[in-house]
Design a protein around this ligand. Structure first.
Ligand code: NAD
Length: 484
């Protein structure tokens, strides 16, 4: 058997082995087989990365914004130049369709760099005049070393969403991608080096949460932590950061309501709902996994929704025609199956899916595939309707009026995102105002303007990313008060 490619850590501008010399197999979800190896790093590697980031901070934080901007723009250009290679790596690593990686994930990673590269050229500083006594102005300075931890579902998209603002404003960074999907961040390091990013500005340490993520969050010199992942892990991160008074942003899980009123454009609502239910096999934190449909439109919606969902083409993620790829890991597939089983015990009816598709081809015969699954007949309060599944499983529930569905939408510990489908403008505003989620999409889903605040309410997180919020998060405001 050919030797597996080895991913390396990126510390102080060099590709290095983990000090402990250990590696983990990196499994391709579509085949269930290892296709590369990822460093199983530990706290010693984190220490090295911290030393490199500390050394680089002085010069990088003082570099003119135009210099930092130029390098980030070059990174964006190089991501686009290598789009096909990076998208393919993303598809192999995650199991998502290559077409999705090519059209969404990787272009968005380039946009993240370009967005913050230009944003730092247009920042403003506040000034406050205190009558005849003094005037104040606010300096926003980079905070030092940022720890950036991300999950497996949108690996480069989410990590670059953190790296770009952190380093754009002059911080240095230690990033840890998910151990399940390390390949695109490895490619990003090659690109960063080619773009001329100075050594130590971006360091990537690969490995597991307990052995790499926890030492990053606990390190006293890493003063800022931006974390995206599950709510249970987010609690651990918050606990580690609290005694050290770190500045923390937590982007966590979701169980997002998708509300369809009878007055909606049903064609648009059905197309949008199929997408919001099953994009990336339902493994997007923003997926609308709880669909609520007004009773008078319920039967029509369900029939057409099932019909359209059944046409989604499951297949080898590397096949251009594939619309549904593989689930990221065996563990995640087991979790999906657990909830499908639980849903039936809770009284639900599987209206579609509920099992694995026929073997797709010889290459993918041991891959982690599961059909898009639709469950009806469940009470709103059951576990299936409350807990995050993070897979291709949605529930559909009828409702009778606006008040009732707002109650359903909010009856959940999470508060990340929601969608509302209606042609009644007044209703759209009324309902959007009362749903407790960080984003409410009306007659659309996953439309992302990088300037808007992004994040969750309740157990879906603390803080906001995006645009001005990110620039503020990664800087420390200092007030200078000068007597007149
Ligand atoms: P996870 O919480 O298991 O892991 C996320 C990251 O944290 C990984 O890099 C992991 O190695 C690391 N980690 C694990 N234990 C740690 C610890 N003790 N200290 C520090 N780091 C640790 O999440 P996952 O399974 O990779 O991703 C799926 C979850 O991410 C879902 O809950 C999903 O909703 C959420 N998510 C949220 C958003 C958002 O923007 N709110 C976006 C994408 C995914």
């Amino acid at each position: 058997m050919a030797e597996l490619e080895r991913i390396e850590n990126f510390i102080d501008g060099k590709f290095v082995d983990p000090l402990g010399g250990k590696y983990l197999d990196n499994i391709e979800p579509a085949t269930g087989k290892p296709y590369s190896q990822v460093p199983d790093s530990d706290a010693r590697d984190v220490d090295l990365a911290v030393a490199a980031a500390e050394k680089a901070f002085e010069e990088w934080s003082r570099a003119p914004a135009t210099d930092r901007s130029r390098i980030l723009l070059r990174i964006a250009d190089l991501i686009e130049r290598d789009l096909e290679q990076v998208a393919r790596a993303e598809s192999i690593d995650t199991g998502k369709p290559l077409s999705l990686a090519r059209s969404l994930d990787i272009p968005r990673a380039a946009s993240n760099f370009r967005f913050f590269a230009t944003a730092i050229l247009h920042t403003e500083s506040e000034a406050h005049i205190t009558d005849n006594v003094a005037f104040n102005y606010t300096l926003r300075q980079p905070r030092g070393i940022a720890g950036l931890i991300s999950p497996w579902n949108l690996p480069l998209y989410l990590l670059s969403w953190k790296i770009a603002p952190a380093i754009a404003v002059g911080n240095t960074a230690i990033a840890k991608p998910s151990e399940l999907t390390p390949m695109t961040s490895f490619l990003l390091c090659k690109i960063a080096r080619e773009a001329g990013l100075p050594n130590g500005v971006l360091n990537i340490v690969h490995g597991t949460g307990p052995k790499v993520g926890a030492p990053i969050t606990a390190h006293p010199k890493v003063t800022t932590i931006s974390f995206t992942g599950g709510t249970a892990t987010g609690k651990k991160v918050a606990e580690a950061c609290a005694p050290l008074f770190k500045k923390v942003s937590l982007e966590l899980g979701g169980k997002n309501p998708n509300i369809v009123f009878a007055d909606a454009d049903l064609d648009a609502a059905i197309a949008g709902s199929v997408r919001s239910s099953f994009a990336n096999q339902g493994q997007v934190c923003l997926c609308g996994s709880r669909v609520f449909v007004e009773r008078s439109a319920y039967n029509d919606f369900v029939n057409r929704f099932l019909d359209k969902t059944s046409q989604l083409r499951s297949g080898d993620p590397l096949d251009d025609k594939t619309e549904q790829g593989a689930i990221v890991s065996k563990t995640q597939l087991d979790k999906v199956m657990f909830y499908v089983d639980l849903a039936q015990k809770e009284g639900g009816r599987i209206a579609l899916g509920g099992n694995a598709p026929e073997p797709i081809n010889n290459r993918c015969r041991d891959g982690y595939f599961f059909k898009p699954t639709v469950i009806t007949g469940l009470p709103v309060s059951c576990r299936t309707n409350r807990e995050e599944i993070f897979g291709p499983v949605v529930t559909i529930t009828p409702f009778d009026n606006e008040e009732e569905v707002i109650g359903y939408a909010n009856d959940c510990e999470y508060g990340l995102a929601s969608s509302v489908w209606t042609q009644n403008l007044n209703r759209a505003h009324r309902v959007a105002e009362r749903i407790n989620t960080g984003t409410v999409w009306v007659n659309c889903w996953l439309v992302r303007d990088l300037r808007v605040p992004f994040g969750g309410m309740k157990q879906s997180g603390v803080g906001r990313e995006g645009g001005e919020e990110a620039l503020r998060f990664f800087t420390e405001p200092k007030n200078i008060c000068i007597a007149k």
